[in-house]
Design a protein around this ligand. Structure first.
Ligand code: FAD
Length: 459
């Protein structure tokens, strides 16, 4: 009999490639492999014999009867003084700041790496599971288990590249100890589902650090940006969050290194932003995610995408804490500069992601309903937006997502052909935006004046 995660999730293109199913399959019948779109999927190494369904029960994109609300409530609902917002899930405290020691080599303000090191130093955990460069062109990044601050620092930065957890989860199952794990929202959800069914994972994973996430990208995204940057050789390494003092934090660069020793860099405004924002090379599973702030994580780190911090090339973090244990570590914080910030500003910093994972998701679900496509239950109800430009934007981005995945997969890559194929939808999107700007100008002006009168920048 075939494994149910394959038929229900993978074949419906709902797999994000976290690897929890492969790690927990009691018969060891699943393994993680690249699919043709440059994403990880489980495959059956041998036909499923147990039909236990555990693979489906730990899948973040299967209908398990659990969602981020139910899991979050169980974990944090009883924490004294905790609050809840629909966008963020539970939140005990919110901060803005950085670690001076870490921020230069980190993605944002270096708070995630600082925290991982602090957890090790204070003896809260024995091991840290995070992502690190491998130097292997076939698999540029991977999850690894670390025991020292130095190793943890080598993993600093964001991997906008597929990584899967099957090996590290097996390691945790085999090796007693207390672990802290970093992960994107869907990965942390999968860990929580697995912890509900596995006592060892429940006991051993004692801290989870979530990263706010707009979307994951396939490995073809990195190939595309490397080609755009003019990289000729085989890529062995990429730093996705290069910082330079003459560029603001939100115009960071990717720096590629190759087997031939070549080094190339390309800035966000030189084409990364276009591919990122238009959902090129985004896995289909991301279309069905409604978790912005990693609601099942003990603490979530993200970029301070607010006007007063975006311009600082050194990078600044926002931190949303849910667990009292993490809150205590932060309160004792040595070498960290963190100040409280209203949760409203944390939500505002991720305005674009909130739109994609809530309003855009509602329309995607509506469109799926029309075509009869079966999708997992979401916390967002299907809805057709009234604004025709918003509908157009969502449809065009869906088309570009599909086209980018298929074009890269269609054999020899030809940059000119790819760009020509994407151009009509890019032009339609730009034209729609221009018309919308003209039509909404009076309303935006009135809102701007109202904000000025109220004296608040954020409104
Ligand atoms: C795919 C992706 C999408 C993101 N989208 C957004 C977004 O829309 N808005 C936003 O504000 N922030 C987003 N982030 C988070 C952001 O890029 C930073 O990771 C975050 O602000 C933490 O920065 P830091 O300086 O505190 O962390 P750092 O000190 O740089 O440490 C980051 C830690 O996370 C680990 N890590 C890196 N990549 C991964 C990964 N893929 N899976 C698991 N662990 C990983 C590293 O090993 C390291 O330990 C995203 C991150 C990723 C990987």
């Amino acid at each position: 009999m075939r494994s149910s995660v394959i038929t229900t999730v993978v074949e419906n293109e709902l797999c994000i490639g976290c690897g929890l199913c492969a790690a927990l399959c009691p018969a060891g019948e699943l393994a993680m492999q690249w699919n043709r779109y440059g994403e990880y999927n489980p495959i059956e190494v041998t036909p499923c014999t147990t039909a236990c369904g555990l693979c489906l029960k730990v899948c973040p994109f299967a209908d398990t009867g659990e969602n981020e609300d139910t899991i979050g409530k169980e974990l944090y609902g009883g924490v004294p003084g905790i609050s809840h917002r629909p966008e963020t899930g539970y939140h005990l405290a919110t901060y803005v700041g950085y670690s001076e020691r870490h921020r230069q080599t980190s993605a944002s303000g270096g708070v995630a790496t600082w925290l991982l090191e602090a957890l090790l130093t204070e003896g809260v955990v024995d091991h840290v599971v995070c992502v690190t460069p491998t130097g292997d062109p076939e698999k540029l990044f991977a999850f690894r288990v670390f025991d020292t601050g130095e190793d943890v620092r080598n993993g600093a930065g964001s991997a906008y590249y597929p990584v899967e957890m099957s090996a590290v989860i097996r390691h945790i199952l085999e090796t007693p100890g207390r672990y802290a794990v970093t992960g994107l929202p869907c990965f942390i959800k999968a860990i929580r589902l697995a912890q509900q069914r596995n006592a060892k994972l429940q006991e051993r994973i004692v801290v989870t650090i979530g990263l706010t996430c707009g979307q994951l990208k396939s490995r073809h995204f990195t190939d595309y940006i490397a080609a755009l940057a003019g990289v000729q050789g085989e890529v062995t390494g990429v730093c996705y969050r290069g910082k330079s003092s003459d560029h603001p934090a939100n115009n960071y660069h990717y720096a590629f290194t190759t087997t031939e020793g070549e080094e190339r860099r390309i800035y966000w405004n030189e084409g990364i932003g276009e591919a990122w924002n238009n959902r090129w090379f985004t896995p289909k599973a991301c279309n069905y995610c409604d978790d912005i702030f990693a609601e099942c994580a003990d603490v979530t780190c993200m970029d301070a995408w607010l006007p007063e911090y975006s311009m600082d090339s050194k990078g600044t973090s926002l931190v949303l804490v849910r667990s009292p244990q993490v809150q205590e570590v932060i309160a004792r914080g040595q070498g960290i500069c963190l100040n409280p910030i209203p949760v409203e500003l944390v939500v505002q910093s991720q305005g674009g992601v909130v739109a994609v994972k809530r309003r855009h998701l509602a329309y995607r679900l509506y469109l799926d309903e029309q075509t009869g496509r079966e999708v997992p239950a979401k916390r967002v109800a299907p809805e057709r937006p009234k604004n025709p430009f918003q509908r157009q934007e969502i449809v065009l981005k869906n088309k570009m997502q599909v086209a980018s995945r298929n074009l890269w997969n269609s054999g020899e890559f030809d940059m000119q052909y790819f760009r020509e194929a994407m151009q009509p939808n890019l032009s339609r999107l730009a034209a729609g935006r221009q018309i919308s700007e003209v039509i909404t100008f009076p309303v935006r002006t009135i809102r701007y004046i109202q904000r000025k009168v109220r004296g608040t920048y954020y409104g």
